[in-house]
Ligand binder design. Structure first.
Ligand SMILES: *Cc1c(COP(=O)(O)O)cnc(C)c1O
Length: 345
């Protein structure tokens, strides 16, 4: 598949590494039935550019290129109070000499604080131009359009990026990741029996799936929901994968049964902690010195651990975990991840 007809900015030098995690795999196996579990590898998309990088970096390579092509002077996007996506979009704006504005959705009431740490601190350090805070359930597209209209009246030009950067263009970032991964696995002579990735606004899961289908990569992708159970999440992922595939003019139908979503690990609510997330964050830190985050990758890894313990993979099978980043919000949940605050389940 040829992505070269799409304009792209580059924010990462070279490919992100794929690495085995022998100490984590051993600890996981010890907690699996019969003491046998899969060999778990990680793709280090937490080492993408726009420091500290994550999956949004890949999507923004295509989205920002489009914004520049359209002559925009300001990026406008939206997210939760600890949004990695907002922070990485802002970092891209800084790098490109653009301004950046956010609409922040208080999905958890009263969760927005001016003096907050984590990503919010970085919003301020990177120099966000303006933040509008709206209640949970607001029409985010309309709120962002209002910001764009206001800029237009001042003779400026905003470029609106949807939540998570998840539209067809943003999804190309994970088509590029699929191709990068295919080449890396081939060069290292490793095959994977499954790829495990977080599934939220769906650009990552859907883009990766479009890349796998388009490149005829047979490895199943398992998306662990961070905000929805499969009945709501799978249609979103399917629509995203199809939109990406259509943008690429692949002329194919993404099979519905290629969309596999797992629920049950994000509760009690998006961004709120649970015990299995705390276990996963501690386990990765203490076996591999790899930092997960409490909102996304901690819950996704909890899903991988849960599937392994339920016997999803046999010994000798190889599973690749896509580490999508999210480091800064770890610092906004210090007591929780150290096990000092009581959390649900
Ligand atoms: C946004 C995000 C995700 C979810 O990716 P989507 O493309 O929104 O589904 C996973 N992990 C981290 C760290 C994120 O910031």
């Amino acid at each position: 598949m040829d992505l070269s007809r799409f304009a792209r900015r580059r924010y990462t030098r070279g490919a992100t590494p794929i690495e085995p995690m022998p100490r984590f795999s051993a600890a996981l196996a010890a907690s699996c039935p019969g003491g046998r579990g899969p060999e778990v590898w990680v793709k280090r998309d937490d080492l993408l550019g726009l420091s500290p990088g994550g999956n949004k970096t890949r999507k923004l390579e295509f989205l920002v290129a489009d914004a520049l092509h359209q002559g925009a002077d300001t990026l406008i996007t939206c997210g939760a109070p600890q949004s990695n996506h907002c922070r990485i979009t802002l970092a891209a704006a800084v790098k490109e000499g653009l301004q950046c504005r956010f609409v922040i959705e208080e999905r958890v009431p009263d969760s927005y604080h001016d003096g907050a740490t984590g990503n919010h601190f970085l919003f301020r350090l990177y120099g966000v131009e303006a933040i509008t805070v709206v209640p949970g359930g607001s029409d985010m597209a309309a709120a962002m359009q209002a910001v764009a209209d206001e800029l237009k009246q001042q003779g400026r030009k905003g470029y609106v990026i949807p939540g998570g950067g998840s539209n067809a263009l943003g999804g190309l970032g994970y088509v590029a990741c699929a191709q990068e991964l295919q080449l890396q696995a081939f060069e290292r002579g490793v095959g994977f029996d499954a790829v495990v990735v977080g599934s939220g606004s769906s650009g990552t899961h859907g883009g990766l799936l479009a890349g796998f289908v388009g490149n005829r990569i047979e490895t199943p992708i398992i998306g662990i929901g961070v905000s929805r159970d499969p009945e709501q999440q799978a249609p979103l992922v399917h629509a995203e994968a199809q939109a990406v595939s259509d943008l690429l003019e692949l002329n194919l139908k993404v099979p519905r049964d290629a969309v596999r979503c797992i629920g049950g690990y994000w509760q009690p609510k998006y961004s709120l902690p649970n015990r299995r997330m705390v276990e996963a964050v501690q386990m990765l830190a203490r076996t591999e010195a790899i930092l997960l985050d409490p909102v996304y990758t901690g819950k996704v890894m909890a899903g991988l651990i849960g599937l392994a313990r339920a016997g999803e993979w046999g010994a000798g099978q190889r599973v690749l975990f896509i580490h999508t980043g999210g480091l800064p919000s770890l610092f906004a949940y210090q007591r929780v991840v150290l096990g000092q605050d009581d959390v649900e389940r």
